[in-house]
Ligand binder design. Structure first.
Ligand code: SAM
Length: 262
């Protein structure tokens, strides 16, 4: 519910504090926003952009993540999360759903379909917005920013993090979904993605690096199909593949803005 995190949010137009009454969010100035039926705050005035996840992709993602192979990644994130978490590109909120009652969270995503699912989460406010723009979040209000297979915004991350806070990035290793790539069912990965991210945060302190790698023998075809249908390949391809093995291979990196205590 937005009301549970409204003290952490700021007006997207004038950056003033917000209040939430019934189904309306208002700032100290002239700006008012109606909440959507499920409780999320939609700040996009136009229809969902082409790169937003669709309802079909959202359903496939929840199905895929629910098979248990990503639990280890979720545990890595949730056990180290601070009291206030911002999931930048939260999708349907599967990772946020792993947080305990000690946490409050904000989820930002471009996809209205994903936001409708994530809006069900307790102690969590979901905002439909473009991560590449300014975030409607107060300065130094967040302990942990997650960027899980999502675009990063370095300056907004630095602005919203409290002193000592950290950014955690989850990205695909070069061999992630290799078998599906070999079969032409998913689009190519940027081979030097981790290096690109390390360079983007070269002047931040690297805090941790973890890897999670699982080889699934004779994977359930329905599970394989969701691996294709939940990702960006779903925007481009409609075919799936039968594979004897599926490799899930992820890297989790954590960074702290320069000058912050280790
Ligand atoms: C690969 S999905 C990952 C979702 C979630 N982090 C997870 O791992 O389950 C990428 C997400 O980023 C969102 N996204 C892509 N570009 C975005 C942007 N410019 N602003 C906000 N969200 C964006 C998509 O709508 C999608 O939900």
């Amino acid at each position: 519910m937005i009301s549970e995190v409204v003290d952490l949010l700021r007006c997207p137009h004038c950056a003033s504090e917000l209040t939430c009454t019934d189904r309306v969010v208002s700032c100290a100035g002239p700006h008012r926003f109606d909440l959507a039926r499920q409780g999320q705050l939609n700040l996009l005035s136009n229809a969902a952009p082409a790169n937003a996840d669709t309802a079909e992709m959202v359903a496939a993602r929840l199905d895929h993540l629910g098979h248990g192979f990503h639990d280890q990644v979720r545990d890595l994130l949730t056990t180290r999360a601070g009291r206030v978490v911002l999931d930048a590109g939260c999708g349907p909120g599967w990772y946020l759903a792993g947080l305990s009652d000690d946490h409050r969270a904000i989820g930002l995503d471009l996809s209205a379909a994903a936001a409708r699912r994530a809006a069900r989460l307790p102690r969590t406010g979901i905002v439909v917005t473009d991560l590449r723009r300014g975030w409607p979040v107060a300065d130094r209000s967040v302990d942990t920013v997650w960027s899980i297979f999502a675009p990063r915004n370095r300056s907004e991350t630095a602005r919203v993090l409290r002193p000592g806070g950290e950014l955690v990035v989850v990205l695909p290793a070069p061999d992630h979904l290799d078998e599906l790539r070999a079969a032409g069912a998913v689009i190519g990965l940027q081979p030097d993605k981790e290096q690109t991210i390390a360079e983007q945060f070269a002047d931040w302190q690297p805090i941790r690096r973890d890897t999670v790698r699982v080889e699934i023998e004779r994977p359930d075809p329905a599970f394989v199909a969701t691996a294709v249908a939940m990702g960006p390949s779903a925007h481009h391809r409609t075919t799936t593949a039968t594979v004897d093995r599926l490799t899930l291979s992820l890297v989790v990196r954590a960074f702290r803005p320069e000058g912050e205590p280790a």
